[in-house]
Design a protein around this ligand. Structure first.
Ligand code: NAP
Length: 283
């Protein structure tokens, strides 16, 4: 398994399996089980996905030794506070049937995430979590968090795909020693990503699928990927990206697809802050 080394020395698989938008418990459990049987060792869930229990059952069913796994979950906005974060963390651990977590992320840069970060620093020092990080933080928010706290985030998980390369954010994260992780590597299929002419022609040249080309492109950039699928053949396909290499020409072609903008939402939009702040999750 190819890994990246985080700023605290912890090794993280460069490819994992994401479980956003798999609300059906049985479907989620089976998908995670298939992923683990395929060889994935990183599983990315969140309190907000409401499927941590199904992930926990799949982990148990798989029989994969705990030390081989890298399990990530995330703290939702309503729990972004010192005390609430500690409570939410122990609820997530219980649901996952784990006694420690590999990576705990602040899901969104909203609410009292400074209080939450200090609670996470405590959990990290107590050994309850191997690494702590954030998600959806733009460089200015990241720098503010860094300046006012002791522990540097290990990871920032942000939307990154062929239509949104995150060039400036990626350079900033690299400079700070924060690992870039992509969410929605396939842009959830938006913009007809799987039928994009440039991606299809690169895929045909390498005798690979568009999905494999996209994941390979991210991995070659040193970005950790967590593609989601509920279909066994795609779970396997998405994992098989280590037997070919994209050329500089391929990468140049993909660089022309960057729009420099999110396909989903802007973290500078007050309506997004309002929507996230009002979004309650039953824990
Ligand atoms: P994604 O991985 O970009 O796309 C998933 C979509 O692509 C699904 O519709 C899936 O359909 C399809 N797909 C998967 N493999 C395929 C293949 N080989 N060929 C054709 N279609 C394929 O979207 P995502 O799930 O939103 O993002 C990945 C993970 O990132 C999430 O699961 C979650 O863990 C994380 N995430 C984090 C945040 C955040 O705010 N931190 C936000 C979004 C996502 P089928 O399932 O039917 O195969």
């Amino acid at each position: 398994m190819q890994t990246v080394t985080l700023n605290n020395g912890i090794k993280m698989p460069i490819i994992g399996f994401g479980v956003y938008q798999i609300p059906n418990a049985e479907e989620c459990e089976n998908a995670v089980y298939e992923a683990l049987m395929t060889g994935y060792r990183l599983i990315d869930t969140a309190a907000g996905y409401l499927n941590e229990e199904a992930v926990g059952r799949a982990i148990k069913r798989s029989g994969v030794p705990r030390k081989e796994l890298f399990i990530t979950t995330k703290l939702w906005v309503q729990d972004a506070d010192f005390e609430s974060a500690k409570l939410a963390f122990s609820k997530s651990l219980n649901k996952l049937q784990l006694d420690y977590l590999d990576l705990y992320l602040i899901h969104q840069p909203f609410g009292n995430y400074y209080g939450a970060w200090r609670a996470m620093e405590d959990m990290y020092r107590e050994g309850k979590v191997k690494a702590i990080g954030v998600s959806n933080f733009l460089p200015d928010r990241l720098m503010d968090l860094i300046v006012h706290n002791e522990i540097l985030p290990a990871v920032n998980q942000v939307e990154t795909h062929p239509f949104y390369h995150q060039i400036d954010s990626a350079a900033f994260m690299k400079e700070q020693g924060i690992q870039h992780q992509s969410w929605a590597p396939f842009a959830e299929g938006l913009n007809n990503m799987f039928g994009n002419d440039a991606l299809v022609s690169i895929a045909e040249k390498h005798n690979k699928s568009v999905a494999q080309v996209v994941l390979r492109w991210l991995v070659q950039r040193g970005v950790v990927v967590i593609p989601k699928s509920v279909r066994k053949e795609r779970i396997v396909e998405n994992f098989n990206i280590f037997d070919f290499e994209l050329s500089e020409g391929d990468i140049e072609q993909i660089s022309t697809l960057d729009t420099g903008e999110s396909l989903f939402l802007s973290y500078r939009d007050p309506e997004v802050a309002k929507m996230m702040g009002n979004w309650r999750v039953e824990l």
